[in-house]
Design a protein around this ligand. Structure first.
Ligand code: MGD
Ligand code: MGD
Ligand code: MO
Length: 788
């Protein structure tokens, strides 16, 4: 157990900040929000009944985040934001062909993302007509035939891009990659390239695996959880239950985040009657460190310095050592070099780059040293950084110091985003496939997959800009809203792409940023019954801790004209690939168990007895070598890694003339899907056009609360990027840092602003300057807002 330490005893110790509002995260407001969102989507009754089937063995998996379910779920195993996602998906509202008759694409382009998606579910396949500038209904066979003809006429297949959003289950993702490889490409940009790709690339260098080494059981047995750059209360609210429980049994939560995220400060668990009676909920973070943007590397190395020096002292005095030397000797490589680097670090530099005091870093290190078992979690605050991979590897270094990997109650826990983003990669959505995978795929299907590596999101965007893309097919998601440099890429897409195809459930921006030919192919959603050849189908998903589970839709489809993702991919593949190929797409799509058999054939160890095991309650867990202390790295050991000049994190000092901007999610959104304009956890209501700034910075720039400002990106490529109309909101954020919402700010982010190794877009440190809008601009803007 954790020894009592001062920070912990004082209940909540906050470094560098005043207190955050009085209402906790969660609580009655969370229950009220669930009701409201269901009511707005006109699903009060079916919604409630449906919710009981969520995350249950025979039910459907939540369409929201990738946090795992307990093996024995509660009566109602869902959270506020999962309920919002279900309400949004099961809405009674519909976008029928008549809707498109009434609105041209040009007109729809002036609508906000919220307005577009809130029209409801798509009902018919649609084809763009350039003469009328409208989408018109088309039958499925015609759509498939024309898509097939267009793909067949493509001289260079590499000018085609196949995008996957992490919502797609294993079965669709596997079919999609098979289609792409048989077509002859490895261009598989996916949402992960904007998300945890940083982890996928850097974690294996350290540990040999790219996935979490934890399971939920470890959360039940840990003493302390460190959370770096992950907004738990909004983005994986069910994890709040695990943190709440940990705090209840005397464990510690230590948070590093420039913003004081409300639920990580205090939380009232809606599943706990005791909590709901307390006006302020339960204190979650015993320490909350408001690190500067990109300052985690410095903060963690500072902690490592404290821990290593404490170990040096213990050695000198002949006392019990602080580091787990037994583990280090048996399992790791590179400690000495790393330890020397940390010992030599200068506190002034650590403080300047982390934005934290030495006392704060020492207090965090104290919790780490006294806890027997520690888990470290991280999210987009770490991965979406120009030195994101280094950040991930410093977290691993911290864990390795005391053998906090591969032991019950410990581990590295990247908190993944989309509900199947991890599974999509597992089954082959990858632009850099290994030879082992390709040769097995080729053997199973008797095909010849291309070996040349393909494009990720950054490369795909650059290729569009360079005129290198003719066709874009999106399996879910909202590519043309989620990407960086959105304005430039959109303009080029509209002018140069020959065809865009979007497989979607709801109307979004990516339908409006289209090629000369364009199709919207509406698909079944996860909550809906997917019946093929008379049989109700189950799909499978891998959560963020490698548990593979089945998901079976429960309600009738939003429209009789919808097809499943699998059937749509099969339809396109049949129409595109030569008829003599050996894959019987129709046969596969008639029974998804056949697809799972093929997945098992390609990955015989990982997916052994796939169809049998997926029927078991709780599904099955995929083997994770690092969890077993087997290190599949070049050195055959877990590596302590750090960059040469570690603390050069691209941080500006508070006096420098530009800011680092965080682009982040509000509480009422799922990525580019905006449920409402409120962000209850940050006290923002009725608008998303705000910039959160430190009061001293506002004053320094001669600005005032409520002023309308323009962001201008700072970039070396000489291209001007700006977005305007954001109101200044004084906020508890370190100086030199600012925060605004994604995707409203995506036009500001240069594609080159990305993690060096993985190319993950650095959406959490966008260099910008902030300017007061002049009267003319304000008039234009408010005019625009009034008409929008
Ligand atoms: N309800 C809901 N759930 C979701 C999503 C959603 O949009 N809505 N999206 C899903 C997806 S795809 C993903 S990837 C996840 C995203 O979940 P998160 O990883 O939580 O992503 P963000 O909301 O972008 O917030 C990142 C956090 O990092 C902090 N941060 C920014 N810069 C830094 C830094 O330099 N250091 C540190 N330590 N912190 C920093 C921000 O203040 C913020 O609290 O959630 C998933 N779940
Ligand atoms: N500036 C900035 N940019 C970012 C981020 C950031 O933090 N800041 N975050 C990045 C991250 S982490 C991610 S993951 C990406 C997200 O990028 P995407 O995954 O591309 O975007 P989403 O907003 O999740 O996609 C929403 C759309 O998915 C479709 N959809 C919903 N359910 C289904 C379904 O069951 N099947 C199909 N076929 N379609 C469905 C709907 O039409 C909906 O409009 O954005 C990235 N972009
Ligand atoms: Mo994500």
């Amino acid at each position: 157990m954790v020894k009592k330490h001062t920070a912990h005893q004082s209940n909540a110790q906050v470094y560098g900040s005043q207190d955050a509002g009085t209402s906790p995260g969660g609580g009655w407001l969370a229950l009220k929000a669930v009701e409201e969102h269901m009511f707005r989507q006109q699903v009060p009754f079916t919604g409630n009944r449906l919710m009981l089937a969520m995350n249950k063995h025979t039910g459907f998996k939540c369409p929201s985040c990738a946090w795992p379910d307990p093996v024995r779920p509660a009566m109602a195993e869902f959270c506020e934001n999962g309920a919002k996602a279900v309400a949004w998906e099961t809405t009674r509202k519909r976008v029928r062909p008549e809707f498109f008759e009434r609105h041209t694409v040009t007109e729809l382009s002036s609508w906000s993302d919220h307005e577009l998606e809130s029209q409801g579910r798509l009902t018919h396949p649609m084809r763009y007509n350039a003469d009328t500038d409208k989408y018109e209904a088309v039958d499925w066979e015609t759509a498939f035939r024309e898509i097939g003809e267009s793909l067949k006429s493509q001289e260079d297949p590499w000018r085609v891009q196949l995008y996957t959003s992490g919502h797609a289950p294993n079965e669709s993702a596997f079919m999609f990659q098979l289609f792409g490889r048989m077509y002859g490409i490895n261009n598989f940009p996916d949402c992960s390239n904007m998300c945890h790709e940083t982890t996928t690339v850097s974690l294996p260098e350290s540990l040999g695996v790219g996935k979490a080494t934890t399971t939920l059981d470890d959360f039940d047995h840990t003493d302390a959880v460190f959370i770096f750059g992950q907004n738990t209360g909004t983005n994986s609210p069910r994890m709040m239950g695990n943190l709440h429980e940990l705090v209840g049994r005397g464990g510690a939560v230590v948070t590093f985040n420039p913003l004081r995220e409300k639920a990580l400060v205090r939380f009232a668990n809606p599943q706990s009657p005791m909590d709901m009676l307390k006006p302020s909920g339960t204190t979650i973070s015993s320490q909350y460190h408001q690190v500067r943007i990109g300052g985690d590397i410095a903060a963690i190395q500072g902690m490592c310095k404290v821990i290593i020096e404490a170990d040096d002292r213990a050695q000198a005095r002949g006392e019990k050592r602080v580091l787990d030397h037994e583990f280090i000797e048996a399992h790791t490589h590179g400690l000495e070099v790393f330890a020397d680097h940390c010992r030599a670090l200068d506190w002034e530099r650590i403080k300047r780059h982390s934005g934290l005091t030495r006392e704060a870093i020492e207090a965090a290190a104290e919790v780490y040293m006294t806890a027997e078992r520690v888990i470290c979690c991280w999210g987009m605050g770490i991965t979406q950084q120009t030195h994101g991979g280094d950040g991930v590897q410093q977290i691993v270094n911290l864990l390795l110091l005391r053998g906090n990997i591969g032991r019950r109650g410990t581990g590295a826990c990247p908190v993944r985003g989309h509900s199947n983003v991890q599974g999509d990669r597992t089954v082959g959505i990858y632009q850099k496939p290994t030879e082992a995978f390709l040769s097995q795929l080729d053997k199973v299907f008797d095909i010849e997959s291309p070996r040349r590596h393909g494009d990720d999101v950054a490369a795909c965007c650059e290729s569009i800009l360079a005129g290198g893309v003719d066709t874009f097919i999106g399996l879910g998601g909202n590519f043309f809203r989620a990407i960086p440099d959105i304005d430039r890429v959109a303009e080029k897409t509209l002018n140069t792409l020959k065809m865009t195809v979007q497989i979607s459930t709801k109307l979004n921006r990516s339908h409006l940023i289209h090629g000369k030919k364009a199709f919207i192919l509406p698909c079944l959603a996860r909550t809906e019954k997917d019946i093929q050849a008379g049989i109700l189908q189950t799909v499978t998903l891998e959560d963020g801790m490698s548990n593979v589970n089945g998901s079976t839709g429960q309600i009738d489809p939003a429209s009789p004209y919808l097809k499943s993702e699998v059937a749509i991919i099969a339809g396109m593949a049949r129409a595109t690939l030569p008829p003599h190929t050996k894959v019987d797409w129709e046969w596969l799509s008639e029974d998804y168990a056949r697809i799972r058999d093929r997945i098992e054939a390609v990955f015989p160890d990982m997916f052994k007895n796939y169809n049998d095991r997926v029927g078991e309650p709780g599904g099955f867990h995929l083997y994770n070598a690092a969890r077993e202390r087997v290190w599949e790295t070049d050195s055959g050991r877990a590596n302590f890694l750090f960059p040469g000049d570690t603390l050069d994190t691209g941080m500006t000092s508070p006096k420098a003339d530009y800011f680092q901007l965080i682009t982040t999610r509000g509480h009422d959104q799922f990525n580019t899907t905006v449920y409402s304009l409120d962000d209850r956890y940050r006290d923002v209501y009725g608008t998303r056009m705000v910039v959160m700034m430190n009061p001293a910075d506002i004053e320094r720039l001669g600005l005032e609360e409520g002023n309308l400002i323009e962001f201008r990106a700072v970039a070396e490529d000489g291209i001007e990027r700006h977005v305007s109309g954001f109101r200044i909101m004084p906020y508890d954020v370190p100086q030199g840092c600012a925060a605004a919402y994604y995707p409203e700010t995506n036009g500001l982010i240069p594609i080159a602003n990305r993690d060096e190794r993985s190319h993950t877009i650095a959406a959490k440190s966008v260099p910008v300057t902030i300017h007061l809008m002049d009267t003319e601009q304000v008039q234009q803007q408010t005019g625009m807002l009034a008409t929008a």
